[in-house]
Design a protein around this ligand. Structure first.
Ligand SMILES: Nc1ncnc2c1ncn2[C@@H]1O[C@H](COP(=O)(O)OP(=O)(O)OP(=O)(O)O)[C@@H](O)[C@H]1O
Length: 291
């Protein structure tokens, strides 16, 4: 039987443990009787998309993002419309998609899965043409992702520190949200589009989100006074935000948002930029994943 061809794309910049020796782990845990693998290394932000496309064109059956949600996003984007499946070795700081798909966080265990992987398809979201696999969002979460990128260090502690600092300054923007027959005229402190249930680090923004149901879960927080911020923080941690009354939940496949002033947005935790108009769509089961 031909061996399973797998390409591992390493982002040396992801996660908090830079000294981790991934090539040695791959050599230790992959069974060369069934797997034939190569390693590609990213050299700059955005490079993983190009490498993933190249790997798919070279005939690799699985292309594995070795990194966090930013790397997963780039590799997944590069694989859309190809015959290759996305794999994940979670060495990021948040690892939202890996956690949602129940990929082991122990790297050895995650790597061993590729000796006998299972395949499934997942939905793929897009916001203004930028694909996302886990979550995208407008407002405060995007603002925090922008400040987080500039913070110099990564990890949950830095994220929480940045969020607490920015909370004092951030103000909501008035928006109109259209989906299905609905038109909501409201304020946006946060509007999250969840394909997966969590942002990463087990922060459950939409605990009921199903990544294979053909729908995005919309989570709207119109204002965030202190009492509600505390409740949202607790809801994210224990996964009961829908029952808390601190956020409104909807589901939709297509959403248009018009903002009164430009709003920042993120995809899978990486800040993209600002816009006043957002076109958000879901492509059902558009990406094959190997776990
Ligand atoms: N060689 C590189 N040099 C600098 N930056 C890179 C390189 N390769 C990838 N990147 C960028 O590093 C960023 C962080 O990577 P990633 O999101 O995978 O890790 P993380 O932020 O630690 O994890 P998570 O998103 O799960 O919290 C990505 O936005 C990616 O574009």
């Amino acid at each position: 039987m031909p061996r399973l061809r797998i390409c591992f794309i390493l982002n040396p910049n992801s996660g908090t443990n830079r000294r981790l020796d991934v090539p040695t782990l791959l050599a230790q845990h992959l069974d060369l009787g069934v797997v034939d693998y190569e390693i590609y290394r990213t050299e700059y932000a955005g490079h993983a998309e190009e490498l993933a496309r190249r790997a798919a064109a070279a005939g690799f059956r699985i292309v594995v993002a070795v990194g966090g949600d930013g790397t997963v996003n780039e590799v997944g984007r590069g694989l859309l419309g190809t015959g290759a499946a996305l794999g994940i070795v979670p060495r990021g700081s948040g690892n939202g998609l890996a956690r949602h798909l129940r990929v082991p966080l122990n790297l050895g265990a995650a790597i061993r899965r590729f000796n006998a992987p299972s395949f499934q398809h997942i939905d793929v979201g897009s916001i203004n043409g930028h694909p996302f696999f886990c979550t995208a969002g407008l407002g405060f979460d995007a603002h925090v992702s922008k400040c987080f990128a500039a913070a110099g260090t990564r990890g949950l502690t830095t994220y929480v520190r940045v969020a607490l600092r920015e909370y004092r300054h951030f103000r909501p923007t008035s928006i109109e949200v259209r989906f299905g027959e609905k038109l909501l005229k409201t304020n946006c402190y946060v509007l999250a589009f969840a394909n997966a249930a969590q942002y990463g680090n087990n922060a459950y923004i939409a605990p009921l989100a199903d990544i294979r149901d053909g729908l995005l879960d919309l989570v709207l927080i119109d204002a965030l006074p202190l009492w509600r911020a505390v409740r949202v923080g607790l809801g994210l941690a224990i996964g009961d935000l829908p029952r808390s009354g601190a956020a409104d939940f909807h589901t939709a496949r297509q959403v248009q948002v018009q903002a009164a002033t430009p709003l920042g947005f993120h995809i899978d935790g990486d800040y993209v930029g600002e816009s006043s108009i957002f076109d958000v769509n879901l492509a059902p089961l558009a990406l094959e994943v190997a776990t």
